[in-house]
Design a protein around this ligand. Structure first.
Ligand SMILES: Nc1ncnc2c1ncn2[C@@H]1O[C@H](COP(=O)(O)OP(=O)(O)O)[C@@H](O)[C@H]1O
Ligand SMILES: [Mg+2]
Length: 408
C-alpha cells in the first residue's frame, strides 16, 4: 500500500476539492456537452476505432485539450493522451484507455492506463522532467458506460491511485439531470486541473539537479513549510524514517538552521493529547499540527511537524516513566491506543518521549481503532481489534506485554 498521492503533488487534492465544491459554476455548454457524451455512451457501438475516435472528439469539447491516439515509446499504443512538449521533453498530462464494454479485449483499462503512463515517464524522452518532479499525470479509464479518473506519480516508484469511483456515465432513465451535473463537475474539475498541470510543468525551472544518494524534492511530499511565528518556516526533507512503502513520516531539516524536525502526515491525529504530554516533557515539542499550508483546501491529510528526538536507539524504555504517562493520560480522560516499542523514544537524558498520536483521543466520547489496523496473532492485547473502542485497560495490557513488570 502507498501513501495518498495527494501529499506528493497539490493537483490531486485540487481535483478532489473542485469535484466536491458546490460553488463551482458549470456553464450551459459544459452541461450540454456532458449530456451529449452520456447520450453517446448510452448507445451500443460496433466499431472500436470509430467509437474511440468519436469519444476523443467529445472529450475534446469538454476538456479543451486534444486527446490524440498515441504510440508509447516502447511501441505499444494508448487510446489517447494529452501531451505537452517543452524543449525536447515529452510530458504526458493525461492518458486515456477505453473499452466498448466491460471485459472487452480481456484487459482492465485502468491497469492499461497506468502502464501507459509508466511507459511514457520511464522513457528517455521524459528524463529531463522526471529528474525534476514526481511527474503527476491524470488517467481516464472507461469501459462502456463506466468511467473513472485516476492519478499517477513517479517518485522512487510508480504509484497509481483512484481519484473517483467508477462512475456511471450513461443515461438510463428520463430523470438523469442530477447525474449530468455530477459528471460535469468531475470533467470540469479535470479540465481546470489539466490547465493548472500544464502551467506547473511550464514553470518547472529552479529545481536542484538530481544527485546520487542525495535527497531530492521529487521523492518527497510537496508541503515544505509550516506557519511559524514570523511567517512560514521552511524545511527540507532528508529521508523517510521507515523502510515501509507506506511510510509518511520523514526526517527534515529547517532551512537556514541545522535543526532537525520530523514531518508526518495523518488523516487523524490526537493533537490535544500530544500537547498535554509536551507540557509534562513526555513528548517532542509540537511545532505544527494542522492543514497543509500550501493547500488548506485539501482536507485529505493533516501535517504534523515536531522536534526530532535524538536519543540512544538501543536503550529499553523505562517502565516507571511510561506508567506515569499512562496515569497522566487516563486521568485527563485520554487513551493512547498504540503503545508499542517503536512509538516510545528516549532522549539523551533518559527521558521517555511518546510519539505517534494518530489513534489517541478522548475515552469518554470514545475513539476507535481504525478499520485498517494491522492485526497479527499476539500483536495486541485482548479486545484490541479494528473498530473496537480504545480503552485505558488496553494501554496497561500493552505495557505489560512490551515491558513486563520487573524488567526495568
Ligand atoms: N519525533 C521523532 N523523533 C525521532 N524519531 C521519530 C519521531 N517521530 C517518529 N520517529 C520515528 O519514525 C517512526 C515512525 O513514526 P510514527 O509517528 O510512529 O509513524 P507511524 O504512524 O507510521 O507509526 C517511529 O517509529 C520513529 O522511529
Ligand atoms: Mg508508530
Amino acid at each position: 500500500m502507498s501513501p495518498p498521492i495527494e501529499i506528493f503533488h497539490p493537483i490531486f487534492g485540487r481535483f478532489i476539492h473542485i469535484v466536491n465544491d458546490p460553488e463551482v459554476q458549470l456553464t450551459t455548454d459544459d452541461l450540454k456537452n456532458v449530456y451529449d457524451l452520456m447520450d453517446y455512451l448510452s448507445q451500443v457501438h460496433s466499431s472500436e476505432p470509430k467509437y474511440t475516435e468519436e469519444l476523443r472528439q467529445k472529450l475534446y469539447h469538454i476538456l479543451e485539450f486534444d486527446v490524440l491516439p498515441t504510440e508509447n515509446p516502447d511501441g505499444t499504443r494508448s487510446d489517447g493522451t494529452i501531451t505537452l512538449h517543452i524543449n525536447d521533453a515529452r510530458i504526458v498530462l493525461l492518458v486515456l484507455e477505453l473499452k466498448r464494454e466491460i471485459g472487452d479485449g480481456g484487459s482492465n483499462p485502468s491497469h492499461q492506463a497506468g502502464l501507459s503512463s509508466k511507459r511514457s515517464w520511464i522513457d528517455d524522452s521524459s528524463k529531463t522532467i522526471h529528474e525534476k518532479c514526481c511527474c503527476p499525470t491524470f488517467l481516464v479509464a472507461g469501459a462502456g458506460p463506466w468511467m473513472t479518473v485516476m492519478g499517477s506519480i513517479f517518485t522512487d516508484r510508480f504509484i497509481i491511485q483512484r481519484l473517483t469511483d467508477m462512475r456511471w456515465m450513461s443515461l438510463s432513465s428520463t430523470e438523469e439531470d442530477s447525474r449530468v451535473y455530477h459528471n460535469a463537475r468531475v470533467l470540469v474539475a479535470l479540465r481546470r486541473c489539466l490547465h493548472e498541470l500544464k502551467d506547473f510543468y511550464k514553470g518547472l525551472t529552479d529545481v536542484p539537479p538530481l544527485a546520487v544518494n542525495q535527497p531530492h524534492p521529487r521523492y518527497f511530499p510537496y508541503p515544505d513549510s509550516y506557519p511559524g511565528e514570523n511567517g512560514p518556516t521552511h524545511f527540507r526533507y532528508l529521508r523517510s524514517l521507515e523502510e515501509d512503502n507506506a511510510c509518511v513520516t520523514y526526517l527534515a531539516e529547517l532551512v537556514g538552521e541545522s535543526k532537525k524536525v520530523v514531518v508526518k502526515f495523518a488523516a487523524r491525529y490526537g493533537k490535544e493529547v500530544h500537547k498535554l504530554l509536551v507540557e509534562h516533557n513526555f513528548a517532542p515539542q509540537l511545532l505544527y499540527c494542522g492543514p497543509i499550508l500550501e493547500n488548506p483546501l485539501s482536507d485529505v491529510m493533516h501535517m504534523v511537524v515536531m522536534e526530532h528526538v535524538d536519543g540512544p536507539s538501543n536503550k529499553p524504555p523505562d517502565r516507571a516513566q511510561i506508567e506515569e504517562i499512562l496515569w497522566l493520560l487516563h486521568s485527563h480522560g485520554y487513551v493512547f491506543g498504540d503503545l508499542r516499542k517503536p512509538n516510545i523514544l528516549c532522549d539523551q537524558n533518559g527521558k521517555v518521549k511518546l510519539i505517534d498520536f494518530n489513534w489517541c483521543g478522548h475515552d469518554v466520547s470514545y475513539v476507535y481503532y481504525p478499520v485498517s489496523m494491522t492485526v497479527s496473532k499476539g500483536m495486541w492485547a485482548e479486545g484490541m481489534e479494528p473498530l473496537a473502542a480504545i480503552r485505558p485497560q488496553h494501554d496497561w495490557e500493552m505495557l505489560d506485554k512490551i515491558l513486563p513488570k520487573g524488567t526495568s
